[in-house]
Design a protein around this ligand. Structure first.
Ligand code: ZN
Ligand code: ZN
Length: 365
């Protein structure tokens, strides 16, 4: 039987729009693991998609949201929260690189370390394990993880900003997947946290000019603060026409909204022979015209998660911490609220409201 002092609170998803703060056991610190007292955990767009449409990797009854062909073995209720920053409170035996008191953010993409993808450091593409990130219990005051997942935070970076390393790593990977060159003009469709991170990473990468199409005014303002040159309200004017008129089509575009319209707009705003990167989680199948790809010789490129970890050839996760540390990315305009654990469900509801001004909400457990 579990003793009362062994319990803590954590947030679990039981199904679409069914989120509960529940008792959870306080896990022991096994050899090779560290316990982290969590200061902040960000609410991710992927958390919202799962809240809305059901867990991505779980073939839950009544949902159609699973990744085709995924072998992820998860079950409901599913713990939530993976954009985590905090302070190490306990280290297990055989932990060598991390000390008690170290400030860390967590790279929750663990991988199975056994499949063809993990063997080459592409843990984010692991099909065998649960990918780590999908079963992370970060909406809680404490988490125990393998030492390898704890990434030290540079002195210049606050815990508040370090929480953004995870979504910004996703955005930076998208920018790298685009092959962005410093002479390129960029269009970003959708200025949620990932789209805004793309704006920040593209600006840090020296993009010549950045266009952003986003219906919410608060998000357009944040995009400007993060480096957008032109912001467009697509409910007021035709974003594709505006971009075509001013640029004769951009060299690189990013689909960060997850709709059929924004995917087609991204394709048609992009010059022939150039690249569109898809970063969104789509909640359903959408149709596009393949001739927008074929006839224009455009490349449609997927980008998922980020690289990081022992064998990764490059680490977007570590790089964004450096970019925040040296001031090339300031994520502050993305953070719009901080809520306690009991406020998580209300924050989810607020974030899914199309009229809300919230962008990135941090949970402070
Ligand atoms: Zn995330
Ligand atoms: Zn693997």
């Amino acid at each position: 039987m579990i003793q009362p002092h062994r319990m803590m609170k954590a947030v679990y998803l039981h199904g679409p729009r069914d989120l509960r703060v529940e008792d959870a056991d306080r896990r022991d610190v096994a050899p090779g693991t560290v316990a982290v007292d969590i200061e902040y955990t960000g609410i991710c767009g992927s958390d919202l998609h799962e809240y809305e449409a059901g867990p991505v990797p779980i073939r839950a009854e009544g949902t159609d949201h699973s990744i085709p062909e995924s072998d992820w073995d998860e079950h409901l209720p599913k713990p939530m929260g993976h954009e985590i920053a905090g302070t190490v409170s306990t280290v297990g035996e055989n932990v060598e690189g991390i000390d008690v008191g170290d400030r860390v953010t967590l790279n929750m993409v663990a991988g199975c370390h056994d499949c063809r993808y993990c063997a080459t450091g592409k843990y984010h593409l692991c099909e065998q394990g649960d990918g780590g990130v999908v079963s992370s219990r970060g909406f809680a005051d404490r988490i125990v993880v393998p030492e390898s997942m704890a990434v030290p935070i540079p002195d210049e970076v606050s815990l508040r900003h370090a929480t953004l390393a995870e979504p910004l790593g996703v955005s930076l990977r998208g920018v790298r997947r685009s092959g962005l060159d410093s002479t390129d003009r960029v269009a970003v469709f959708g200025a949620g946290p990932i789209g805004l991170g793309v704006v920040a990473a593209a600006a840090a990468g020296g993009a010549r000019e950045i266009y952003v199409s986003e219906p919410r005014a608060a998000r357009r303002e944040a995009a400007e603060a993060l480096g957008a040159d032109v912001v467009i309200d697509p409910t007021a004017i035709d974003a594709v026409e505006r971009i075509k008129r001013e640029t004769d089509r951009v060299e690189v575009s990013f689909e960060c909204a997850g709709t059929a319209t924004t995917l087609t707009d991204a394709l048609r705003s992009t010059a022939y022979g150039e690249t569109v990167v898809v970063l969104s989680v789509f909640e359903e199948e959408v149709s596009i015209h393949p001739n927008d790809i074929m006839q224009a010789e455009r490349q449609l490129v997927g980008s998922f998660g980020f690289q990081g970890g022992p064998l990764a050839s490059r680490s977007e996760f570590a790089t964004v911490l450096d970019l925040i540390g040296d001031g090339r990315i300031n994520p502050e305009p993305m953070i719009t609220d901080t809520v306690p654990l009991d406020g998580v469900e209300a924050a989810f509801e607020d974030l899914r409201d199309p009229d809300s001004d919230q962008i990135k909400v941090l949970v402070e457990p």
